[in-house]
Design a protein around this ligand. Sequence first.
Ligand code: SF4
Length: 380
Amino acid sequence: MYAGFKPELRHFYNLPFLNSAVDYIKEHGIEIDRILSPDYEEARKRALERIKQALEGEIEKTNLGQSKKSKIENPEFESEIEVENKIKIKMENELFSYPIARAILSCIKDNYLIRRYAVMEAKASHNFIRNWLEEIKNNEGLERRNELTVWLCKELDIDVKEKEGIFVIHFSDYIRLSNTIGDPSWRLINRSLKRGMLKLTHPQLLRIIQEAIRQRVQHGLPLDVPANFCKSIELDEIIEELEKRKEMYGEIEYGPERFYPPCMRNAIRLIRESINISHTLRFALTSFLLSIGWDRGKILDLFRNLPDFDEKLASYQIEHIAGSTGTVYTPPSCKTMETYGNCVGRDKLCIKVKHPLSYYRVRLRKEKYEKRRQKSNRGD
Ligand code: SF4
């Protein structure tokens, strides 16, 4: 990092979980009892909006001038100082809305919402950082982009060094931050390790940063928040939206999904809670869902919940498993599922079957039999 670099508000207002952002918030004394004052009205509104956007699928992050060369709207009738002051207030509202959002999440105390918020905050930050660093590269050069990338890592307590455009990360940080990334290329055995350090490309490092953000945002939630704070915040809209989402997924308990084998129900639940699953489990689930008649679009929509969702790649993989190259793949047997650690939640029926598809068929047959039996008992 070049000598004398001192992060300013414009560097971290949109990345409120960075160490510098946390220090700024502490210095400006944002206390829980002050959050309810009129001074924080805009920040409170934005905090609620952050959570709603997370539920809807994307937290918006606006660039208010992260880079010195960003264009700042400057109507002719306002002096430069007035414009700068307005921007500072907007940046502070954006920054302060983050600890308020954490406090609100702590009032609702819903694990699904907390996980979803952390995933969406990390995703939006990843996109924001990528665009910002690209702008830096174009305006100030590659060296400056690399310096800022290493600074971001330091702010997130990731041990990374850069030399001549090559990034190396300490293996302990790599393991901590890559083990939830589904793609097999991230496995440690597929990487070369030298003196405890691993090489990463810039996009790979950005993906590691995304995971570090997700972990940091989720860490410590729910917090211990005073009841009077929770009572003063209008939570109905968020809770309603949350319930709607959960109802949509309630099908797993009450509809045909309850006949799916425990391993597949578990995989679906994890994805819906935006938790990454291994590559082998993705393959097993996709082939299982295709076999029982899910259409490709429905499977793609399910995978949209994943933190590392890539539409092009996911569509290609679904098409591939469905037989685009001439081979239609079938789901792995229970034995293979067990070998890869994907046999989760075995129940009584599991003991009698050797394949997840057999489990599903037996459950369907039992259901049909049960319905027929009830019908004849009623004398219909
Ligand atoms: S035994 Fe087979 S069907 Fe049951 S959970 Fe394991 S893999 Fe799935």
